[in-house]
Design a protein around this ligand. Structure first.
Ligand SMILES: Cc1cc2nc3c(=O)[nH]c(=O)nc-3n(C[C@H](O)[C@H](O)[C@H](O)COP(=O)(O)OP(=O)(O)OC[C@H]3O[C@@H](n4cnc5c(N)ncnc54)[C@H](O)[C@@H]3O)c2cc1C
Ligand code: SF4
Length: 434
């Protein structure tokens, strides 16, 4: 791949740039190499963190990358996007010693970038089993499942309705964390394992489910979540009101100069997606960019460090402001809110409103899968092997867990692959990507 796609300059330059090798060696040598390491337990894909850091300390970057990819085939993107403060780094024992935690994510990137830049192929397709698996959805869950199965010797085809693979890694993650081109390139590395990609292919429209049932021995559902939920207030359909996913997707797929942004932007919601929207609107040139949230500061669902990013970028925050209606003469001009506690009304001037109140489940679509049970929240129900109530179907990622992190989706996809292997081969998986 040679030079990996990175944004080193401009408003979307990387928040956590790559470490130099001397920095990596210094950081790796701070690691205490804990036995029964809490960082490994805190990682949903259970990467052996002390082992990969020790290999960096001894200069063995290829060996380090192998340890990472054996547990998490998307170790490169996870190194960039994982909320490490809440996962591996949050569990680092250095925290309890009042020291800063080991920068696990950035060290992981040193090793994974090293092999990706040099096109070093660490794994190969396994001996053919003669069985075929269809993966619906080319996001982190689908890719995690596909890689594991290919290494176990299955013929794997990923059906994805977008132009490029990678799911939300490609189309939604903040550009200052992960570059779109990197996410696409990482996903395409699975072609080296013999994984086939069918992009722009919506299962249910372009390919009937019945065809997949006939042609494949097992089917993995990794379709993620759906569109942003509706606000259900008057004025929601005025020009100038957009949903966060559409706004972010535009800036992930166009040049910043070609993305429309208002001068006074209001983002409704206070989760991580809302923070991504409010900060990226600011980076695109909005004069004022503010979060409007119906509850208080302590209730914000966004991670603390995401909130800090918002504050450090000069974004404003309106708490206890419950949106009542959007007003304007042919376009959004004012957002009227009510304080749920005092009843007081607040009117905020704007020329763009971004809705970021969470993604809806794909319940209607999922109901089309024969005998695949959903829970009352519209999530696919799976057993310990990630098998659904229809034994031919397995599922993982956001459509099962209701929306977590990319690393959780990879873990779900990998676990489902093991379940598929057990069903089709009657064997517990013991592949290189374990
Ligand atoms: C704005 C935003 C920012 C985020 N930032 C982070 C972050 O910084 N760090 C982090 O770890 N996580 C982040 N996440 C969460 C992360 O993106 C998800 O947890 C992860 O992508 C889930 O993976 P998945 O494979 O389950 O679903 P997805 O990534 O959604 O992939 C599903 C794929 O299936 C496709 N598909 C759906 N239906 C069909 C069909 N019928 N036929 C064919 N294809 C279909 C979809 O188009 C998509 O490509 C963010 C999420 C959002 C919305
Ligand atoms: S995959 Fe994510 S959570 Fe796991 S060790 Fe790497 S950075 Fe930490």
């Amino acid at each position: 791949m040679a030079k990996l796609p990175v944004l080193t300059d401009g408003p979307f330059k990387e928040l956590h740039p790559a470490m130099t090798m001397p920095e990596a060696l210094r950081e790796a040598n701070r690691c205490l190499y804990c036995y029964d390491a809490p960082c490994t337990r805190a990682c949903p894909t259970h990467i052996d963190v002390p082992a990969f850091i020790k290999k960096i300390a001894s200069g063995n970057l290829v060996g380090s990358a192998r340890v990472i990819f054996e547990s998490n085939i998307l170790g490169g993107s996870c190194a960039r996007v994982c909320p490490v403060e809440a996962l591996c780094e949050g569990a680092c024992v250095h925290n309890s010693l009042q020291h800063s935690p080991i920068e696990i994510g950035r060290l992981q990137r040193v090793a994974t970038d090293h092999v990706m830049e040099r096109d070093i192929q660490l794994f190969e397709a396994g001996k053919a089993t003669g069985k075929k698996v269809a993966i619906i959805g080319g996001g982190p869950a689908g890719l995690g499942c596909a890689a594991e199965l290919a290494i176990l010797g299955y013929s794997v085809t990923v059906f994805d309705d977008r132009a490029q693979p990678g799911g939300l890694n490609t189309y939604a993650m903040a550009q200052y964390k992960i570059n779109t081109d990197f996410a696409i390139a990482e996903a395409k590395l699975l072609e080296q394992l013999g994984v086939h990609f069918k992009q722009n292919t919506h299962v249910g429209k372009d390919v009937p489910l019945a065809e997949l049932e006939k042609d494949f021995d097992a089917i993995f559902i990794g379709v993620g979540l759906g569109a942003t939920q509706k606000l259900g207030i008057p004025g929601e359909d005025l020009p100038g009101v957009v949903d966060a996913l559409t706004f972010i997707e535009e800036l992930k797929t166009k040049k910043p100069a070609d993305v429309k942004v208002g001068k006074r932007v209001l983002v409704i919601g206070a989760g991580n997606t809302a923070i991504d929207a409010v900060t990226q609107a600011k980076r695109l040139g909005a004069e004022r960019s503010a979060i409007v949230y119906r509850k208080g500061e302590d209730d914000m669902p966004a991670y603390d460090y995401e909130y800090e990013i918002g504050k450090s970028m000069g974004c404003d925050f309106y708490f206890h402001a419950s949106p009542v209606r959007i007003e304007g003469n042919g376009k959004a001009e004012k957002l009227v809110c009510k304080n749920a506690q005092t009843g007081a009304e607040l009117t905020l001037e704007c020329d763009m409103v971004i809705k970021a109140i969470g993604q809806a489940k794909r319940a209607e679509f999922l109901k089309g899968f024969p005998q695949v049970a959903l829970d009352d929240k519209g999530r696919v129900v799976v057993n310990a092997e990630f098998q659904t109530s229809n034994p031919k179907y397995f599922a993982g990622g956001d459509c099962v867990n209701g929306g977590k992190e990319a690393v959780d989706a990879v873990a779900g996809g990998k676990a489902a692959a093991r379940g598929i292997h057990k069903k089709l081969n009657g064997a517990a998986a013991n592949s290189k990507v374990a």
